[in-house]
Design a binder for this molecule. Structure first.
Ligand code: CAA
Length: 247
């Protein structure tokens, strides 16, 4: 069988890298998306991952821009083939209390974390439906499920991702395309390490498992949802948070 192609947005970051490595180990040809400001880092990432023997590629696009995503996906299709798996992983935080939040911090987080899901999924959905097989995996957050002090923008965007999941899953289920959400808790990535130490320590103290998650633990769940074995899971929101929030 020809190798399936997986696109991971924000694929060269902390969580994204672990997801790319896992999907490559699973036998996918993996394309890691990155933003132009990360060009140097992305090129170094590509060299390192290929040296480790992985079948990976990189593709530049601003996920908050529809035309940029459309152009990236057309290029991937012409150079490698149609995309079978999309992991909508790119995301940012611009934390702050709502009463102090500038409009820009709201718009940036909504555009990069939520509008990106349209921008990336819309150009690939026809090919997935035509192939009769596809996986869209939306990386949300425990804070989309429970809300978080200082994250009105991020919690709104992450909750929105799961609304999208549930609606699109109904439209595509009969054609072999599953759409799911993963809601990780606090994972030891740059994003979480950027929280002030005393705030971070107080959050870790509330995690029943007693530690941050590991990117590889999240990547294993992505791997399962991307597999043929997960064909009966669609429209789900799977929590992976060390017990921080149970629903
Ligand atoms: N609940 C209730 N009150 C809280 C609170 C909470 N969780 N956290 C802080 N407060 C209170 C403080 O006690 C303080 O009260 P006083 O004014 O009475 O002293 C007040 O709110 C202001 O708190 P800060 O001093 O922390 O305010 P700040 O402006 O310096 O910082 C903040 C605000 C940036 C939001 C900071 O609290 C923060 O970083 N919080 C963590 C946000 C967070 O969890 N981000 C997750 C990032 S990682 C991620 O998002 C990945 C993922 O998916 C999980």
């Amino acid at each position: 069988m020809t190798k399936r192609i997986a696109l991971v947005t924000g694929g060269t970051g902390g969580l994204g890298s672990a997801i790319c490595r896992q999907l490559a180990a699973d036998g996918f040809t993996v394309v890691a998306n990155y933003i132009s400001q990360e060009e140097v880092r992305a090129q170094a990432w590509l060299v390192a991952e290929r040296a480790a023997g992985l079948d990976v590629h990189i593709a530049m696009a601003d996920v908050s821009n529809f035309e940029s995503c459309t152009a990236m996906i057309a290029k991937i299709k012409s150079e490698l083939g149609a995309i079978s798996v999309v992991v909508n992983n790119a995301g940012i935080t611009k934390d702050g209390m709502f009463r102090k939040m500038p409009l820009e911090n709201w718009m940036d987080v909504l555009n990069i974390n939520l509008n990106s899901v349209f921008n990336v999924s819309r150009p690939v959905i026809e090919d997935m439906l035509a192939a009769g097989w596809g996986r869209i995996i939306n990386m949300s957050s425990v804070n989309g499920q429970k809300g978080q002090f200082g994250q009105t923008n991020y919690s709104a965007a992450k909750a929105g991702m799961h609304g999208f999941t549930k609606a699109l899953a109904q439209e595509t289920a009969a054609k072999g395309v599953t759409v799911n959400t993963i809601s990780p808790g606090y994972v030891g990535t740059e994003m979480v390490m950027a929280i002030k130490q005393e705030v971070r320590d107080s959050i870790i103290a509330t995690i029943p498992v007693g530690r941050l998650g590991k990117p590889e633990e999240i990547a294993k769940l992505v791997s399962y949802l991307a597999s043929d074995d997960a064909a009966f899971i669609t429209g789900a929101n799977i929590a992976i948070n060390g017990g921080l929030h149970m629903c």
